[in-house]
Design a protein around this ligand. Sequence first.
Ligand code: DAH
Length: 340
Amino acid sequence: MRELIEKYKKEVLAFKSKDKVETDKFRIKFMSKNGVLNELFSKFKEIDASEKKEIGLLINSLKNTINSKIKQPEKLNKNENKVNLTDFTLPSNNENIGSLHPLTIVENKIINIFRLLGFNLETGPEIEDDWHNFTALNMPDNHPARDMQDTFFIKKSPDQLLRTHTSSVQIRFMENNSPPIRIISPGRVFRNEAISARSHCLFHQIEGLAIDENINFSDLKLIIQEFVNQLFGENKKIRFRPSFFPFTEPSAEVDIYWGLNSEADKRITKGTGWLEIMGCGMVDPNVLDNVKIDKTKFSGYAFGMGIERIAMLLYQIDDIRLFYENDIRFLKQFQSSHIF
Ligand code: DAH
């Protein structure tokens, strides 16, 4: 009897269920009414009383082993059920979700504001010629204003350079369209400058231009005040400070009142409380002549601002180089800003 139990035990231990059908066969062979266990129990009744204790223990142990083998596939099935019950509508753990670049966020904000004010989006090439970047903007050869913007020259003839400002798009658009004109043009500009915390050889600008009959300086002031209200908050104080640009007459620089509430405010406003945010003015009649728009009938205003500068103010960033280093610790901080 001992050998018989031993033989079954080996068989049970060796059993590995592949599927439910096999497990059922196994269960029937060992546990059914006419199965192995019942056969052993009936033989058990006939054995000598002195052996009963030991044999009884062996049969019980065999029974437990059989049971554990039968339960294993059930466990498997339970796990399968769990998988099937996964709720696929649950949000996933997007721990490393990307984000828009701060310059894109700010550019989109500015574009959205001007679009609602009736301006269309226009772009121009980054590789420009002297006419569109300088001459047509009232900066003839040897004009001292050319030195205001150190230029990357590419080729002499035909002349090619990297545009130093987005004002070149004004010229391209006016050459090919007639008034009324209301456009904004964002884009990259390049200057041959030493890279530091405050300036870079590559940065972004947004140019604005409006040409129509009877446009005057008060139209420009209204649009800029509205823009500042929407970007920086209602009723921010601004001032127009007389300035010079070859392509506008009169010209002004716009400052906003930033305040002097903290040490940082004092530092970035150089103790005045005021911060310059853009250049602007009434389009110079010479420029209208250059693009063959009738200066006796039409007038207009233009403005241009640096996107990095605005982003640095809005997000309190103190080093322009951070925008171009792709440091994930910097970029991650803009994950919650979604302006498309
Ligand atoms: N182009 C100028 C610059 O790069 C900015 C500017 C000033 C644009 C006055 C304008 C303007 O349209 O009217 O510094």
